[in-house]
Design a protein around this ligand. Structure first.
Ligand code: ADP
Ligand code: MG
Length: 205
């Protein structure tokens, strides 16, 4: 079962990994964007980790709702409201259960991804974070490891695509040949699930 501690760890591990990869995310955002994706997410997730430590929400849903709200209020770029919506909507779908199983989490994350698609209007194949998130959610019934692989493959598969949403879409065909920064950070977020999970070691199940 996944408890509030697990979801806090998910956010902390994501913060560390975004921090470590910020330069790469920003480098990916320079040919097809405005070179701020790494710094946007670093600022956002650092604020998430800080507020989670301060307020210590007690349920999985409350952790994600607070994290999402913090991203929305801290990140100016497109990715802030989108990731914020992802986490907030996922958190809302988890309700106020003290623990959730992986199937329930997968269902909630699907609701979160649907909300991102509704907010941003992107579909799979538009060269956005959706191209990592949708395959990840589809694979989640096979475990966090499978979701991670699916998200990483989804992010890599954005390279030959032409962007149809967000800043990169202004470039038209010139967006082809570059991996999407948001799909890359989405893969980091999903990969962090396996690390948050392996940190549980003992007394799981
Ligand atoms: P900005 O584009 O405002 O500078 P960021 O650089 O932080 O914001 O984030 C860019 C990423 O956001 C893109 O690589 C893409 O994955 C994602 N993105 C942009 N617009 C959308 C959208 N409408 N739907 C889904 N994802 C989007
Ligand atoms: Mg940008």
């Amino acid at each position: 079962m996944l408890d509030a501690d697990f979801f806090r760890r998910w956010m902390t591990v994501t913060t560390a990994s975004v921090d470590r990869e910020a330069d790469r995310l920003t480098a990916l955002d320079s040919p097809i964007g405005d070179a701020d994706h790494g710094s946007n997410l670093r600022r956002g997730f650092t604020a998430v980790s800080t507020v989670l430590e301060k307020e210590a929400p007690e349920t999985p849903g409350a952790v994600l709702v607070l994290a999402g709200r913090q991203l929305i209020s801290t990140v100016g770029g497109a990715s802030g409201p989108l990731y914020g919506t992802l986490l907030r909507r996922t958190g809302k779908a988890l309700g106020d259960a003290a623990e959730v199983d992986e199937a329930r989490f997968a269902e909630a994350l699907r609701a979160g991804v649907d909300a991102v698609m509704q907010l941003g209007g992107a579909a799979p194949g538009d060269k956005t974070m959706i191209d990592a998130l949708v395959p990840a959610v589809d694979a989640l019934s096979h475990g966090f490891g499978a979701a991670r692989v699916a998200a990483e493959q989804g992010a890599e598969a954005t390279t030959p695509l032409q962007a149809r949403k967000g800043r990169a879409s202004y470039l038209g065909e010139r967006s082809i040949g570059h991996q999407d920064p948001g799909a890359t950070s989405a893969a980091l977020l999903i990969a962090a699930l396996t690390d948050a999970d392996s940190d549980t070691h003992t007394d799981k199940e």
